[in-house]
Design a protein around this ligand. Structure first.
Ligand code: GLC
Length: 795
């Protein structure tokens, strides 16, 4: 980003009020236009352009446009216009075009620096003041620390093989671009989303310590300003604006095994058999690029004879198959997909707007489907049905930045032409949208083919809103400890940016994992939303059993824990779908007022009740853990801890430090070898008394789209204390027509002495202490489920 010199950037200033309505005000000057509007009490929109009209095309990110508005006072004085709601105020100065957002107490949330903001020949820029101690989060996919203050991030989706983030400096580019920042200042959270998919560069206080400088290569200023004050308010609204994750099929919460590549049908079947023989639960096996015939998309090569028979055989063993789908279509005139794509005029054009652009990816010379075009998306979706008909259950959209080996820029030329749903766009303007629109083509294609099946789409690239179409993983990391540590903050910031369904390649992709690294990464993967082990071609095997018996036993145990936790996780997914609340959350999600919770980027919350403190360093057998206010229990040993302090958790290789909040109700199911193996009829409710807690129990059929029309089962369960250490569990009446599959609730008491049943080993139980997985705690009570309200006293 070039340094500011005032005068280069022409602000839209000397404004005159054109119109004021109930929800908006528009202003003009000879420099351009400004429009402010109120979408909700805590959400303003600010648009600025140097052109004569605002861009008429609809946003690619925003999915909600029908805001009912909010009670607001909109006023104009001699020096400014403003919108005031109960939550805060947005004001724009008429003379210089500077603007400010304040909270309900008048404290500044954002303030622009007009002399450093404005428009130039090649783009527009917005400079904001940064206050001392203001912390910044979100930004989608980033490397480096959790707090993004001090980072320079360029939003330009890039194939960054082996993103050596924490080893070197933070990377400027990654696969996913989400220009959404969350600011935490004096205990209050606010958010800013600049909806502009052009190449953007954000400097969050690096070149100038007190400035948040944003620059876009083209387009207009289109800011959504979120007033908070809680981070949940900001993320809730952001995901209301840009969409929330659809519910995945329940099997997608299981453990998944991938490899670049399992190169033959025989090898895939051997892998599947080995999982079952070794009793390591697994739901999904991935087919990477070697399954194709010469990397021709949607085909199977000679080493995969009778693919339909293969998927059927795997299905009988409880496995789903997910296949990789790259956008580049081999430029082979005899290839049916190419022929039909040509007939549909579905490919991105070269600069002349006529000839298709031909680049190079895995298949060699390739053309690139124009996913920004509705007809092209439909064509692609129809091609994809061939995989679905062969029994492929999910689509892994890779290389969709898009990657292009033909050029040093590693993507399409800026001047390529897309024929989008709303007119032509150069690739420079469309680039960041490509991945999202590919995922959209994939999801919509899957739904068009099987309208009642929940699709599973995984995408590497994306822009704001991509969460509506697919889940994301963090791309090509390496089997190094630094990338294990980075995976934590990457997933947390993705989660804060609306992408609640995310994960990293467990074990690391490039390079060779050690048994210890695989064990630690599997422990982390088991408690992240997307749990997939994946490794690069020519690395040593990385399956749970590949690195010796000790690592295998640990992997098995944590994969089993994952399956035990599925009922809890599914409730969290339902919540993410309904409200945008991430599954994996930074500590400050729940403890925003606590500066220590803000600093901790090596531990996180899984839902409201679990605190995870993964081991992220080689050789570590203990670590400091910060427990926020309240009371906490060691999940494994039942040991109690006071909050608001650091403790040392013992963590021999077998132990992932895991803590539970007093008051927690954690629903757990049995270990299964795959999700649909059994439908648990008895659900254990593990309770840790000594505090209040609640559980939003959620069930549906786990497979169809019926949840969208309300065929779900919900009930609120609460825990409170009574007298000395006892607890009361209350079940509200059930809601929703879906009949619960739960026959009985089994309450497992996890507080105090009774927990000793499962807490055979103390925290310092030696290097091979085995975390118990199926016999934790003591059964306090068991009773039949009911749709009616009920109450149970325990102890
Ligand atoms: C890319 C993907 C990786 C995949 C490989 C081969 O590098 O990020 O996951 O295995 O391509 O398809």
């Amino acid at each position: 980003m070039d340094d500011t010199h005032p005068g280069l950037w022409q602000p839209v200033r000397k404004l005159t009020v054109r119109q004021i309505s109930e929800q908006s005000a528009s202003l003009y000057s000879k420099h351009g236009l400004v429009e402010v509007s109120v979408l909700a009490q805590d959400l303003f929109r600010l648009r600025i352009t140097s052109a004569r009209t605002f861009c008429p095309s609809p946003s690619w990110a925003v999915s909600k446009t029908d805001w009912p508005g909010a009670t607001a006072e909109i006023g104009a004085g001699r020096s400014q216009v403003w919108i005031q709601t109960a939550r805060g105020k947005l004001s724009v100065g008429l003379a210089d075009g500077g603007w400010q957002v304040q909270d309900d107490s008048g404290a500044e949330l954002f303030a622009s620096v007009p002399a450093e903001s404005g428009f130039a020949k090649d783009g527009c820029r917005m400079s904001l003041r940064l206050a001392e101690g203001q912390a910044l989060f979100g930004l989608g996919e980033t490397s480096g620390p959790l707090n993004k203050r001090g980072l320079i991030r360029e939003f330009w989706n890039s194939d960054v093989l082996g993103h050596a983030s924490a080893i070197h400096a933070s990377l400027r580019n990654l696969y996913i671009s989400i220009p959404f920042g969350i600011s935490l200042r004096h205990g209050r959270t606010a958010g800013l989303f600049w909806d502009n998919p052009a190449r953007q560069t954000w400097d969050l206080g690096q070149l100038r310590l007190d400035r948040w400088q944003m620059q876009a290569a083209s387009g207009e200023v289109d800011l959504y300003l979120f007033l908070g004050p809680q981070v949940s308010d900001v993320v809730g609204r952001y995901t209301e604006l840009t969409g929330r994750i659809p519910l995945p099929p329940r099997w997608a919460l299981g453990y998944q095994q991938s490899r670049y590549s399992y190169q033959s049908r025989a090898r895939v079947e051997e892998i599947a058999r080995t999982f079952r023989r070794r009793k390591i639960p697994c739901d999904v096996i991935y087919l990477d690029i070697h399954h194709m015939n010469g990397y021709r998309v949607f085909t199977f090569g000679k080493t995969f004879p009778k693919p339909k028979e293969m998927t059927a055989k795997l299905a009988r063993q409880g496995f789903k198959v997910v296949a990789i789908v790259d956008p580049g279509v081999k430029n082979d005139p005899k290839f049916g997909v190419l022929k039909r794509g040509l007939a549909a005029n579905a490919f991105v054009k070269a600069a002349d707007g006529k000839k298709d652009y031909v680049g190079k990816v895995w298949p060699g010379e390739s053309r690139f489907p124009d996913f920004l075009n509705a007809a092209a998306r439909r064509w692609w979706g129809a091609e994809q049905t061939r995989l679905a008909d062969l029994g492929v259950a999910g689509f892994w959209n890779d290389m969709n930045e898009p990657a292009n080996f033909a050029l040093p820029t590693k993507t399409l030329p800026d001047d390529c032409v897309h024929q989008t749903d709303s007119g032509q766009l150069t690739h420079a303007k469309a680039h960041n949208l490509y991945g999202t629109q590919m995922a959209r083509a994939s999801r919509e294609g899957a739904l068009a083919h099987q309208p009642d099946r929940r699709p599973l789409v995984i995408t590497r690239a994306g822009y704001a809103g991509v969460q509506r179409y697919g889940l994301v993983w963090t791309g090509d990391n390496s089997s190094v400890w630094e990338h294990l540590a980075d995976a934590v903050q990457m997933c947390l910031n993705l989660s804060l940016s609306g992408l609640a369904f995310c994960g990293s390649d467990a074990g690391g992709f490039l390079d060779n994992a050690t048994p210890e690294l695989l064990a630690r990464w599997t422990q982390l993967g088991a408690v992240t939303p997307f749990f997939r082990n994946h490794s690069n071609v020519e690395t040593i095997g990385q399956e749970p059993w590949a690195l010796g018996p000790r690592a295998e036993a640990i992997c098995r145990r944590y994969i089993e824990l994952r399956y035990r936790l599925l009922p809890y996780l599914y409730c969290l997914f339902a919540q993410a779908h309904k409200s945008g609340t991430p599954i994996m959350r930074p500590l400050f999600w729940h403890y925003q007022e606590d500066p220590l919770a803000l600093a901790g980027d090596d531990q996180f919350m899984l839902g409201p009740d679990f605190l995870v403190a993964p081991i992220l360093r080689q050789g570590a057998v203990a670590r400091a853990v910060y427990l926020p206010r309240g009371r906490w229990f060691n999940f494994w040993t039942g040991q109690r801890h006071r909050g608001s302090q650091h403790i040392i958790a013992q963590a021999p290789l077998e132990v992932l430090p895991l803590f539970v909040r007093a008051g927690a109700i954690i629903p757990m199911g049995p270990v299964r070898q795959y999700v649909s193996e059994t439908e648990p009829r008895i659900i254990e409710l593990h309770i840790w008394p000594g505090g209040r807690g609640e559980l939003d129990w959620y069930e549906d059929d786990g497979l169809t789209m019926a949840y969208e029309s309300g065929n779900v089962h919900q009930k609120r369960v609460t825990l409170s204390s009574y007298r000395r250490g006892g607890a009361i569990l209350r079940f509200a009446a059930s809601k929703g027509p879906y009949p619960s599959r739960v026959k009985r609730w089994r309450v497992i008491w996890r507080g105090g002495r009774r927990a000793e049943v499962g807490g055979r080993r103390s925290e310092s139980g030696g290097p091979r202490s085995r975390p118990p997985t199926s016999d934790l705690g003591a059964i306090a009570l068991e009773f039949a489920n009911s749709d009616e309200p009920m109450e149970r006293r325990i102890k």
